[in-house]
Design a protein around this ligand. Sequence first.
Ligand SMILES: [Zn+2]
Length: 458
Amino acid sequence: MAETTDQRADLLLRDAELLVTMTGAEIRGGWVAISDGVITGVGEAGEEPEATRVLEARGCLVTPGLISAHHHMFQNLTRAFGPALNRELLEWARTGGEMWVRLDEEAAFVSAWIGFAELALGGCTTTTDDLYAHPRPNLIDASIAAAREIGFRFHPTRGAIAVGEDAGTGQIFRGAMIQDPDAILADTERLIKTYHDPSPTSMVRIAAGPSGGAVATPGLMEAAAELAERYDVRLTTHVSQEPTEEEWYLEYFGLKPIDWLESVGWATSRAWIAHCIFVNEDEISRLARWGTGVAHCPTTCCLVAGGVTPFTDMRRHGVAVGLSVDGTGCEHSSMWLEAHTALLLGRLRAGPMGMSARDALEMGTTGSARCLGREGELGVLTAGACGDLVAWPLEGVAFAGAWSDPVEAWLRCGPVSARHTVVAGKPVVVNGELQLPNVDEMLKRHDEISREWQGAYV
Ligand SMILES: [Zn+2]
C-alpha cells in the first residue's frame, strides 16, 4: 500500500485518524511525505520516512486540499453590505457595482490576500478567482502578487463586463465597470503570456473568463474561446443562475443558454461553467458529452434563492462537477461549509442514498480539479501529485461519539476549520493558526478600505 521513498522528506504529516487519498485508499494512522512541493510517499503507520519537519495529525481526518472552482475575492470588501441584501440578484449586483468601481491595485491585493487567508483556514489550497471589475489596469497582477506572498495555488480567470446599462438589454453595470472587448482580449493575452505556467506543479494558471452571456458580446465569447485554444488555457463563465435568464437569452439571442454556449464555440472540455442551475436532462447530457465542467456554489443557490444546480443528476451523467465559494454570493470562504451545504442540498434533491460526505469530498477535490484541467495533479494524495493537503480535527464536544466513520463525521458534525493546511509542501495553517506574519496589519488595511468604500455608498 505504501508508496515510499528512501530520501529524507521536506515535510511529513503523520498519524492521521484517517487519511483519504481520493484514489481509492483510506488509511487509518496514515502519513504523507512531501519534498520540493510534490508528494513523495503515502503510507501506513510504521513506514514513515525521515523528514526535516513533522506535522502531527492525531485525531484528524486528512484529505487533499479542497479546491474552489469559482470565486470573486474582491467582493469581500463589500461583504454582507446591508443596503444590497434581501433584494433580487441584479439589484444586489447594481449596488455592488457602485462600490467595485473603486477597485485599485492595493484594494485588489488586500482583498485577495484576506481571501486566500480565509480559504486556507477553511481547508482550501487552490482557488480560481473571477475578477470582473477592471476600472484600473493590473488588478489581477495584484491578486497574483498576494497569492505568491502567501504561497497559495491560484487560477485567476480574466473576468470581464463588456455590456452595461447603455446597451438597453436590461444589464446593470455602468461606467468604469464596462470594458471594450478588444481591451479585454489584449489583457487576457498579456496575463497568459506573463503568468500562465502549464507545468504539472504550476502555482499560477490563467483562464479566459468573460463573465456571462448577458455581459459579453457573442463576438467576445467567440474570440475568448479562440484565444484559449491558441494558448491552451481554460475558459469559464456564468450561465443559468437565475430563473428569468432563459427568457432573456431567448429574447436577445434567440437561443437558450446552453444552445447559446454552443453557438459561441464553448461546447468544449476546455470550459467550466459557474452555477448552471436551470438546465434539463438533455442539456446535462450535452455538457457531459462536451466534457464541459460545472462549478456548483451551494450557499449561493440558497442565498440567491432562485434554484439549485442539479449537481447529483450532472454527476450521474458524468459531468465534472466542482465545488466553490462565490464571493459575496455566499459571503464566507469556507470550503468545508460549501461541502456541508452540498451534502444537505444533494440529499434534499436525491434522497438519503443519493449523496454522501464522500460524494461532497469528491466534488471539492477531484471534481474541482477536473474543472480546472488538473486531474491527477491536484485533489489526490498520491506520489507525484502536488503537495496540497488538509488535516481536519475531529475532536472535542462536537465530535463526541462520532468515531465509526471519520468522513461522514467530518461533514455531518462540526463546524470544522483546518488544523493544518499545506500548499505545495508549505504549511500555511498550523494548529489552526495562519503562518503569516502580517495578518493583523492586512486586516486593518482591509477594514479601512471596506469602510471607505461602503461609507461612500449613497
Ligand atoms: Zn460568480
